[in-house]
Design a protein around this ligand. Structure first.
Ligand SMILES: [Fe+2]
Length: 349
């Protein structure tokens, strides 16, 4: 097995090239889970593992590998996700695809398409969509695994990852002090609470108790490494109606919004970012507690981009130790029409 760190053109992450079949590699990981996880955390919570093509025909292997990263792997059937959106044999696998069954289209191109120096846009707000998975839940998930099944060509449909630990460490002391005890409101997407919706004056959708925006510390302490990381999302997954920062002036132009925009621009500076170009058989394992990510445009008229995702939870940290699961509806509510639509709106890339 070949291991190299950091990732090419990045300052964090680790590439793993197993020189064995996928099943043998996963067996090795299971028997060496402690050192495998140490390597993951030491590398900043980002693994790129190449050549696991056998998962395409043996999808259960992905679930086995996921269990190494946490005791609970989300079962999307149990969380009422629309059945079009998860694997028909393995309900722990969320399918992110523009194939007709799923019909999950690409994000918009940045506007303008290139930076002023002709480069590839990475930094917020030029690059949009930055988020950590399912932060509208409390406790939020620990780790997401994304597996490449069908991939567009180089330069399209990438996933960008930003290292929120290094970004936090690079802040000046005054900013660290200012944000130390702040919390953000994280919202379900497509519920009329995004920055764009608030600027348009949309009326937010009514939310049931288990769909309410959730509070998270702006600076999280990693339960394994003890490192501090920024924890926030860009415009779509924060609540700009009552937030985005608890206790500060809400709305698009309030003090909370200023802080979020400023931190997000800092966190997504190219020095903290890794750009992943997908190949079939790639597996990217990302720690949601210390990284954010976003997807880029691809030509969906010419290419199918299909990624499979599993989500692992169970170790969010002391802050969440006494929490139930905010997203589980009380008995009776789950059967109400319309819930599935809201649940699946949480699926992302
Ligand atoms: Fe995501």
């Amino acid at each position: 097995m070949q291991v190299s760190s950091p990732l090419k053109n990045a300052q964090f992450g680790c590439r793993v090239c197993p020189d064995m079949g996928s099943a043998d590699f996963i067996r090795w990981c299971e028997t060496h889970s402690e050192e495998f996880l140490d390597l993951f955390h030491f590398s900043g919570g980002l693994f790129v593992i190449n050549g696991l093509n056998e998962i395409i025909t043996h999808p259960q292997l992905l679930v086995r590998l996921s269990r190494i990263f946490g005791r609970e792997v989300e079962n999307y059937h149990e969380t009422l996700t629309n059945e079009n959106f998860f694997h028909d044999q393995v309900p722990e696998i969320l399918v992110l695809s523009n194939n007709p069954k799923v019909n999950y289209g690409p994000p918009h191109k940045p506007s303008p398409e290139l930076t002023v120096t002709g480069g590839f846009p990475i930094q917020y707000p030029h690059r949009q969509g930055w988020h950590t998975d399912q932060s509208y839940r409390r406790p939020p998930p620990d780790v997401s695994l994304l597996f490449g099944v069908s991939c567009p060509p180089l330069g399209q449909g990438q996933t960008l990852y930003a290292d929120a630990t290094s970004a936090y460490m690079a802040l000046d002391d005054e900013t660290k002090c200012r944000i130390r005890d702040l919390e953000g409101y994280h919202a379900l997407t497509r519920t009329g609470r995004s920055l764009e919706a608030v600027r348009r004056g949309d009326i937010p959708k009514k939310l049931l108790p288990h769909q309410q925006s959730q509070r998270h510390p702006l600076v999280r302490i990693h339960p394994v490494t003890g490192a501090r990381s920024l924890y926030l999302c860009a415009d779509e997954q924060m609540d700009w109606v009552i937030g985005p920062i608890v206790g500060l002036t809400p709305g698009a132009d309030g003090e909370g919004g200023e802080i979020v925009r400023s931190l997000m621009a800092h966190l997504t500076h190219p020095q903290f970012v890794y750009v992943h170009e997908w190949d079939e058989g790639d597996l990217v394992v990302a720690d949601n507690r210390s990284l954010i990510h976003t997807a880029t445009w691809f030509d969906s008229n010419r290419y199918i981009r299909e990624l499979w995702r599993t989500t692992v939870m169970g170790n969010a940290g002391l802050e969440y130790a006494r929490d139930g699961k905010s997203w589980i509806p009380s008995e009776g509510l789950a059967a109400m029409a319309g819930l599935e639509e809201l649940f699946r709106s949480g699926a992302d890339k």
